[in-house]
Design a protein around this ligand. Structure first.
Ligand SMILES: Cc1cc2nc3c(=O)[nH]c(=O)nc-3n(C[C@H](O)[C@H](O)[C@H](O)COP(=O)(O)O)c2cc1C
Length: 201
């Protein structure tokens, strides 16, 4: 697929078929994401990939049973893959303590960073995953884990130092998914002219 078609075609998918996604395809998507840029080539991000019946345990941790009746995107729970994207701030502190980066002073602690590049890099990688999924004909939703993160982390033995960036549901989109768009998606897209401040604000 042409790059512009992938970018224009990508929409968040909130309704999935239960059909599984081959683990090779997931690896290919993550492999493409591994080419995302990263500060000092630290590559301090991880994907905890939850598949098959384990996805039900993810939902048990993060979406209370009593909320499911009123949950708008019921077939989001059918997504056969959920990838949790984590950033590792300390990997950046360590990397920037190395000889070629020590002059930046960013090796002192995560608090000295004006911009948390671990968040930036993990987000670039997550975006690449979304585009790679689109290119492969899969649907994907990047979503926040608002509830149950503590339980989820404990059950999956996630190291404390890892920062959860968000979750990506992956799978084969339902044909009817167009009606599953969120209210946010209906907002008008800003034009390039509205975004660009040419030669000054
Ligand atoms: C950081 C971030 C967090 C998001 N969190 C959620 C979420 O928790 N639930 C959800 O349904 N969509 C979530 N979205 C998807 C946005 O609503 C969606 O990207 C936006 O409405 C534009 O739609 P489109 O991506 O389909 O073009 C999130 C997107 C981003 C980038």
């Amino acid at each position: 697929m042409e790059f512009a078609d992938v970018v224009r075609g990508r929409r968040m998918t909130r309704g999935f078929s239960t059909h599984p996604v081959n683990s090779k395809l997931v690896s290919q998507i993550v492999d493409l994401a591994s080419r995302a840029p990263s500060a000092g080539k630290t590559q301090g991000w991880h994907a905890l990939v939850i598949t098959a019946s384990d996805t039900a345990k993810f939902w048990d941790d993060t979406l209370a049973v009593e909320k499911r009746e009123s949950f708008r995107w019921k077939q989001l729970l059918d997504a056969p893959v959920i990838a949790l994207v984590f950033a590792d701030p300390l990997a950046y502190v360590e990397r920037y303590s190395e000889d070629d980066k020590a002059h930046t002073g960013l090796g002192a602690s995560a608090e000295t960073w004006p911009t948390p590049y671990w968040t930036v890099d993990a987000s670039f990688a997550a975006m690449t995953m979304l585009l790679a999924a689109e290119d492969a004909g899969l649907g994907a939703l990047f979503f926040a884990v608002f509830n149950g993160e503590k339980e989820l982390r404990a059950r999956l033995c996630v190291p404390d130092k890892m920062q959860l960036i968000g979750a990506i549901a992956l799978g084969w989109p339902l044909e009817s998914d167009a009606s599953n768009a969120s209210a946010s998606a209906a907002r008008t897209r800003r034009s390039a002219d509205q975004i660009i401040h040419l030669n000054g604000w």
